[in-house]
Ligand binder design. Structure first.
Ligand code: ADP
Ligand code: ASP
Ligand code: MG
Length: 401
């Protein structure tokens, strides 16, 4: 008998018919003699709709109250799925995050899992129940509800698989697996049979929504093999796993991220310690800086540009404005930008990947504003309006038929 963790995203439980479909998948797994823990997201656009409801009342609600509100979405979906399974005649119990033993830190709206107390989960499994757990939500040490951030249900599923030493962790979604690019945007994107943790982590961090990046980080840390597959079509998906037996592909995927703002500080004094002081202040405010570009100093000044997540823009601008060393300097922000990236472990040992990417962009007359690279990825910052055509062109350059 195996223990299988199955996660279903919002689109997989969007309406009654989809909930019943999921109940069918879960009970088939149970019928085959397995223990099953199911982790579920809020139905369809519920989380977005709740966010909208909050905005109608308060434009800057506290994160604590947002967590209280948003966690309601998962409470609805777990109970509905449990009812669908009851209706099929199987033993089932639904649990909220805290009932399933999820302790998190107090960073409301982006909490991190601190501990999973599995005793209740184990008790329910021993009773031969199918256990349905609410994704996304947890409890902090003050007994307040927290949430793990958007897409956090993936992380919840991997955490349960890790803490119960599950035999399999399946992430069901609305596409058949991880593709070389978003299959909804790039028509000839190919499904990958396998991908390494490191590649998937880069893809997820750089905008491929199909898995949340923290879930991949956790899967790597605890060596949980994750399968991404469709809840609508029963075909094999993509296995995310350690590197060892995987053929190194030059490029495994192309992705875009439009949740980016570029900030430029013009004519900063060209003296030691400036970068330290600017980025130290941003770090103190928990602002994550991504690509950094500094011009060569001229006439005792230099320009510094960097990118951050869009929702940190106001805080970053205020932090820079409050910094007396930058008094009177021109500070520009631009949110009409996008980051397009190629990811692949093979590029580590294969020269020319960057040139292929840049040529594809040049042929579409797309201007590159910034570039950043690591061993297994190349990212460029471009105009947001060019993002989709850039992804298609770069994808075609690496995955021509
Ligand atoms: P869920 O509701 O199941 O969590 P998400 O919407 O979060 O699903 O993620 C699935 C979506 O991710 C797909 O519908 C697809 O459009 C998008 N996506 C982006 N990049 C990729 C990729 N490289 N491979 C597969 N899907 C991708
Ligand atoms: N419902 C939450 C969201 O939409 C969590 C999740 O689906 O993973 O972000
Ligand atoms: Mg998701």
């Amino acid at each position: 008998m195996a223990l299988i963790v199955q996660k279903f995203g919002g689109s997989s439980v969007a309406n009654a018919e989809r909930v019943k479909n999921v109940a069918g998948i879960v009970t088939d797994t149970y019928k085959a003699g397995n223990n099953v823990v199911v982790v579920v997201s809020a139905q369809g656009d519920t989380t977005d709709d709740l966010i909208e409801k909050a905005r109608e009342i308060n434009s800057k609600p506290s994160n604590r109250e947002m967590d209280m509100l948003l966690s309601a979405g998962e409470q609805i979906s777990i109970s509905l799925l449990a009812m669908a399974i009851e209706d099929l005649g199987y033993p089932v119990v639904s649990l909220l995050g805290w009932q399933a033993g999820f302790e998190t830190d107090s960073n409301h709206s982006a909490a991190r899992i601190k501990k999973v107390n599995t005793s209740r989960l184990k008790k329910e499994l021993d009773k031969k129940n199918i256990v349905i757990v609410a994704g996304f939500q947890g409890l902090n040490k003050y007994d307040d509800i927290t949430t793990l951030g958007r897409g956090g249900t993936d992380t919840r599923a991997v955490a349960i698989a890790a803490s119960l030493h599950a035999d399999r962790c399946q992430i069901f979604t609305d596409v058949e697996g991880v593709y070389t690019s978003d299959p909804r945007k790039v028509s000839n994107a190919k499904k990958l049979n396998e991908i390494t943790y490191d590649e998937m982590l880069e893809l997820a961090t750089l905008g491929a929504q199909v898995l949340n990046n923290r879930s991949v980080e956790m899967a790597k840390k605890y060596n949980v093999e994750v399968e991404v597959l469709s809840s609508l079509k029963r075909v094999p998906g993509t296995i995310v796993k350690e590197v060892t037996k995987l053929e190194k592909m030059l490029v495994r995927g192309v992705t875009k991220d439009t949740d980016v703002t570029r900030i430029s500080i013009m004519a900063v004094p060209n003296i030691p310690g400036i970068a330290f002081k600017i980025f130290g202040r941003l770090a103190a405010k928990n602002i994550n800086v991504d690509i950094i570009l500094q011009s060569v100093g001229r006439n005792d000044t230099k320009d510094i540009s960097f990118t951050i997540a869009k929702d940190h823009c106001d805080l970053a601008l205020q932090t820079l404005k409050d910094f007396d060393l930058l008094d009177g300097l021109e500070i520009i922000s631009d949110s009409d930008v996008a980051k397009v990236s190629v990811v692949g472990a093979g590029m580590e040992t294969h020269p020319g990947t960057a040139a292929t990417m840049f040529k594809a962009l040049y042929e579409k007359d797309i201007n590159i504003q910034m570039i950043s690279t690591s061993e297994i990825k190349i990212s460029v910052l471009i105009d947001k309006k060019d993002a989709d055509s850039a992804v298609s062109a770069v994808h075609a350059a690496f995955f021509a038929e």
